[in-house]
Design a protein around this ligand. Structure first.
Ligand code: ADP
Ligand code: MG
Length: 599
């Protein structure tokens, strides 16, 4: 008795319609997903000419009953759902019963399959019609071979891109599947090149390493979190390894790799200021939830899904990642690039380790050049040096971020290089600190902390500043006022289109006050719909930028020591608010290697 049934018309009509197979990568995806649904522990994929000539997918899953083989190629015939009730509780990757029918209609298919309790069977179809049915001897499982894809649909064939592009799409598809199913051994070979090979150990990090290389993935962090509806497991490659696109963020919801803008954004927000502008992380985010909360029936290839409580999940992702990364020591290590041959995957994703000196765009040109360090509040501490333990205790009571701070190495200042970098020694090697980036981080946290309680500490201005607001902004100013108030700027009406500011917080930068207020005002008008937290954040970055020392500024030993002390006291000392590294390290081992003391 077979298990595949044709869906009723009414149910078939409720299934998201559209083209399932548009390119070789979609065929590979559907076939591999079928193999996973069949409970396989090993899946082999063979490709010729990026799948255009031949795709073979072999699995050791449960196989087909002989009486099901033909039915499997009928549209809307499936063993995975029976009625509408099942449509809301989908636990398999497939459920539409369309893939094999669609694939068979545009190719030559050979199916070889055997269930444990039956004999093996071979079925050959030519563009949708069965031409042969033979017995075969084989182990339990299934092998599907697709040849001459789209030969009968020249319009589609013409639309295909180069072999290289199609192959990249297949590789991307397989990588995501491998991350979602680390317990399955997946191997794919294109002509004589291995595209991917995982060991089925069940560890996502091993799957990641087989795709991106061990060096890239070493030190990846696993962060977990949950709320009433969602369980989350994030595999985060350290932020010094970045990519130029968001494509390396993989979202896996109940075992299915999906695309979702809001969730991807939440991942990026979780990395917060740790990434340089225009660079993105490598991360795998695994979410499990009740199938009732996820609607997979919105897109023909099931790549996009709808979530009942998307906002809550976004928050959970962002917080989990942020908390976990804040506890890590994130100092990029200087490593000699190994002279080894690159793997196929690395050839596709070059730039394995981000260059810490890589130029990024930011508003550096607007920085003031005046040396306006130190931050006054710390004076007493500087005069009477306190012991390390006392420092630690004080910090604990300040914000409870001890763990993050303890990860900061103990550094001794050696000197300054090019009036730009502070050279330090520590137990674990040699460090260079970018003095500008360090100060930006310190100031950013100081301002962000001060925003929100500006009136604790404010000063009257002898000469109030006046600001004009463009007439088209006058209608929006009411929405901007609360944001400004939050950062300590209170506008009083002064004529039809002007406002004055009589008072500002004492911690406002003392030079360029007027310009700073103007920028805060512009930003508030621009961003009037954003929440306070976002505004504070952007305003703090802007002010930190303005007030931080540039490169090319000589510092004496004491100034450097204090800068490092204040850096260590920040919540996230390893990057500036634009995500550039603040310090880099040559480990003792690297130094020994460079001097050929070790080989
Ligand atoms: P769906 O996966 O949506 O059910 P498909 O057209 O992909 O639809 O497959 C039709 C049916 O063929 C599946 O429901 C399943 O019963 C069977 N099938 C497909 N591939 C395999 C496989 N590799 N092993 C066992 N059964 C399979
Ligand atoms: Mg399927």
């Amino acid at each position: 008795m077979g298990i595949i049934r044709e869906l009723s018309d009414s149910l078939a009509n409720r299934i998201a319609a559209g083209e399932v197979v548009e390119r070789p990568a979609s065929v590979v995806k559907e076939l591999v997903e079928n193999a996973l649904d069949a409970g396989s522990s090993q899946i082999d994929v063979e490709l010729e000419e990026a799948g255009m000539k031949r795709i073979t997918v072999r699995d050791d899953g449960h196989g087909f009953y002989p009486e099901d083989a033909e039915l499997a190629f009928v549209r809307h015939a499936t063993s995975k759902i029976k009625d509408e009730h099942d449509l809301f509780r989908i636990k398999t990757l497939g459920f539409r019963g369309e893939a094999l029918a669609s694939i068979a209609s545009v190719s030559k298919v050979t199916l070889r399959t055997r269930r444990k309790e039956t004999d093996g069977l071979e079925l050959v179809l030519d563009y949708g019609s069965v031409t042969e049915r033979n017995p075969v001897a084989m182990n339990t499982g299934t092998e599907l071979t697709i040849e001459g894809l789209f030969f009968n649909t020249p319009a589609r064939l013409k639309y295909l891109k180069t072999t290289h592009t199609e192959l990249a799409a297949i590789t991307d598809t397989l990588n995501r599947i491998a991350f979602a199913h680390p317990d399955v051994k997946i191997r794919a070979v294109h002509e004589d090149k291995v595209l991917i090979q995982t060991n089925g150990s069940g560890d996502v990090r091993q799957a990641l390493a087989s795709v991106y290389g061990h060096q890239t993935v070493s030190g990846a962090v696993v962060a977990t979190g949950s709320n009433a509806d969602y369980q989350l497991r994030c595999y985060l490659v350290k932020p010094e390894v970045t990519r130029a696109s968001k494509n390396y963020v993989t979202l896996i919801l109940n075992g299915r790799s999906v695309k979702n803008f809001a969730l991807t954004q939440a991942v990026l927000n979780g990395y917060h200021t740790l990434l340089p502008i225009g660079r993105y992380p490598i991360a795998v985010i695994e979410v499990t939830m009740d199938p009732l909360l996820i609607d997979v029936n919105v897109h023909p290839t099931k790549r996009e899904v709808r979530l009942s409580k998307e906002q809550e999940l976004c928050q959970l992702i962002e917080q989990t990642i942020r908390l976990s990364l804040s506890k890590q020591t994130l100092i990029p290590k200087v490593v000699e690039k190994p002279a080894k041959q690159k793997t196929e995957q690395e050839k596709i994703d070059f730039s394995v380790v981000a260059d810490p000196f890589e130029a990024t765009t930011n508003s550096e040109s607007t920085f003031g050049s005046a040396w306006n360090y130190p931050i006054p509040k710390r004076t007493e501490q500087l005069v009477t040096p306190v012991s390390q333990e006392k420092n630690e205790a004080e910090r604990t009571s300040e914000s409870g971020q001890v763990e993050a701070r303890r990860k900061f190495p103990q550094l001794d200042v050696i000197g300054q290089l090019h009036s730009t970098y502070i050279v330090c020694g520590g137990e674990e090697g040699l460090y260079l600190i970018d003095q500008h980036a360090a100060q930006e981080r310190i100031k950013y946290e100081l301002y962000k902390h001060s925003f929100g309680k500006p009136h604790a500490d404010s000063q009257q201005l002898l000469l109030p500043y006046t600001f004009e607001v463009a007439s088209h902004d006058m209608t929006r100013i009411d929405e901007a006022l609360p944001l400004l108030k939050d950062v300590g700027v209170e506008l009083e009406p002064f004529g039809p289109q002007s406002f004055i500011v009589r008072e500002i917080p004492t911690w406002f930068p003392s030079s360029k006050q007027e310009e700073t207020i103007q920028e805060l005002l512009d930003e508030a008008l621009d961003k009037r719909k954003v929440d306070l937290a976002t505004y504070r954040e952007e305003a703090a970055i802007m002010m930190a930028c303005k007030k931080s020392i540039k490169a090319n500024h000589p510092l004496n030993h004491e100034m450097m020591r204090r800068l490092i002390e204040d850096l260590e006291a920040t919540e996230m000392p390893f990057t500036c608010p634009h995500g550039r590294p603040v310090l880099i390290q040559w480990t003792n081992y690297e130094l020994e290697k460079l001097f050929k003391r070790v080989m």
